[in-house]
Design a protein around this ligand. Sequence first.
Ligand SMILES: *[C@@H]1O[C@H](CO)[C@@H](O)[C@H](O)[C@H]1NC(C)=O
Ligand SMILES: *[C@@H]1O[C@H](CO)[C@@H](O)[C@H](O)[C@H]1NC(C)=O
Length: 410
Amino acid sequence: MRPLKLSPRIGILVFVVAAFILAILSHAFLRGGAWASNQNLGIVVKALQKGPGDPPVFAYWISGTGGEGQKMLRLLKAVYHPRNRYLLHLDADSSALERSKLARSVQTESVFKTFRNVDVIGQSYAVDRTGPSVIGATLHGAAILLRVNADWDWFVTLSASDYPLVTQDDLLHVFTSLPRNLNFIDHTSDLGWKEFDRFDRIIVDPSLYMDKKSQLLISSGTRKTPDAFKIFTGSPWVILSRDFLDHCIHGSDNLPRKLLMYFANVAYSIESYFQTVICNSPEFQNTTVNNDLRYFVWDNPPGLEPLFLNRSHYKTMIKSKAPFARKFMEDDPVLRKVDKKILKRAPNEVGFGQWCLDQPANKKMKLDSSSCSNWGNINVVQPGPSAARLRSLVTELITEETPYSNQCKF
Ligand SMILES: *[C@@H]1O[C@H](CO)[C@@H](O)[C@H](O)[C@H]1NC(C)=O
Ligand SMILES: *[C@@H]1O[C@H](CO)[C@@H](O)[C@H](O)[C@H]1NC(C)=O
């Protein structure tokens, strides 16, 4: 490539103008549409309020692999609320076409365009859920979300096979009254069979250094169980506070980095990384709620992944009071039931909430079905029946008779 020849003065001028444009663009980007009025659409959306009595903001990290673009899009719409932030990542097992299709779908959805709170990671890389590469991906997502907007309160990890069992209004409503420093993370230091099978064994995850995913390499050697820190393990699915993720990513304490390197050679390390960091960090170890707020069904004997859920699980799923469930097959009929009965979501629409007062039934008749004709308020959430279930679960968890069940037990 031929270098551009500019005189120093023109160069400086170009630089200043470019910096100015960049500043304006990044300002608009960082603030997002929800923070400003959108003149083009002739609507004024109330600015996002974040006071003590206002609902929190969730930052969703939604990850998927090849063939899961449509599942991710459906999940995104099911968990959508203009207050929140969404970041999607399709790993390197997806095709460039699938990734650009997902990005285009997000770009053209009129509600997402209005609030500009959904982003898709353009760069793809290999991710293996059974290896440490998924920890790298999760931290990458959290780092971007912290950079794009540090206004959020909780980071929620979801895969394309997950689905909500509550509306966002319900989730936001129940979390409004919770201390923002709580971390919903399932954990135990009772390692059981995992001690030998996972932590004494040394693995290498090729997804850390190859373009495409391939199986973990397992070394024949073993190593001692650490004594510089205590290992904790639990569910790979978490809802973490912004402060804790800031500690993991930008903290001046060396523990998060040290553990990242230790867990680089542990299979299924996403089940232990955040657990071990939080329980070994004195300033965070009293912020744990020992639950992942997900509904799963395990086979008997349990496999490595939970069973796929279907209509036969609907009742127990609701009874569990959990806000999220997994795993679901693409377009399983039970999802339609959840859409209809719980989310009040018409096919292809985002979930119903007080921010848009269109009734789901009317929306189907409009030409641009994805926009809103009767704007509500993004700072108001109205709890429905699923809020009562979730509140009851959270109250049970936090004000339990045995208050120590949430603590990290060494
Ligand atoms: C955490 O809780 C334990 C037990 O109640 C207490 O001894 C400890 O001081 C607490 N740590 C912090 C940082 O508050
Ligand atoms: C639902 O899932 C369970 C367990 O995964 C399975 O045994 C059952 O056959 C499934 N039922 C239907 C209707 O697909």
